[in-house]
Design a protein around this ligand. Structure first.
Ligand code: FES
Length: 199
């Protein structure tokens, strides 16, 4: 990934919703009071979920205050991991796996399609502000490479044509069924079983 994009337009303040304040208390109870800074990752995740998939800098400060640690301690975690977004991601946030198995199976073509149909710049919103994309490391579905994650869902067994179809579907919210785009079940062979057959 070519450096994390931090939004220029930032809200002035951030606080957890009343429901998330309760969740925050549940999270903090998992750690001894003197180790409460260990809750930084689940709290960043909570803030991101509350704020439509991205973490404003005001939330970084808010979490630092809650955990009684310097701002930089939370900021460095938020900037290190690809799972945290520091700029709006839109309704459809696409993560393209470009690790070796996906790369060998053509993830370069998926990245090209992202640039064409979403945004020429990684981590930036599309023109209609509805989607964005980033490159990520292995998402654990190598058996169905190449693959992408859209929000919480996996789309697998992709090629340039199926990727294009998915990205075009953002416009009218008509995404195809998630999972294998070649119709196979799990990671079973596409045509027929070739192993564990009786003689
Ligand atoms: S290499 Fe892409 S999912 Fe593992």
């Amino acid at each position: 990934m070519s450096g994390k994009h931090v939004a220029k337009d930032q809200p002035q303040s951030f606080i957890f919703s009343s429901e998330n304040l309760k969740t925050k208390d549940i999270i903090l109870k998992k750690y001894p009071e003197v180790r409460k800074k260990s809750a930084v990752m689940p709290l960043l995740n909570l803030a991101q979920k509350q704020n439509d998939g991205w973490i404003p800098l005001a939330a970084v400060q808010y979490i630092a205050d809650l955990l009684e640690v310097p701002y930089i301690k939370v900021y460095e975690v938020a900037t290190f991991y690809t799972m945290y977004n520091l700029a709006p991601v839109g309704k459809y946030f696409v993560q393209v796996c470009t690790t070796t198995p996906c790369a060998i199976r053509g993830s370069g073509k998926i990245v090209e399609a992202c640039k064409k149909y979403i945004s020429s710049k990684e981590g930036h919103l599309s023109e209609d502000k509805k989607s964005s994309w980033i490159e990520v490391e292995c998402l654990g579905a190598c058996v169905n490479a190449p693959m992408i994650q859209i929000n919480e869902d996996y789309y697998e067994d992709l090629d340039a044509i199926s990727a294009e179809k998915i990205f075009k579907s953002f416009k009218d919210d008509s995404l195809p069924k998630l999972g294998s785009q070649k119709g196979r079940k799990g990671s079973e062979p596409i045509k027929q079983r070739l192993t564990l057959l009786k003689n």
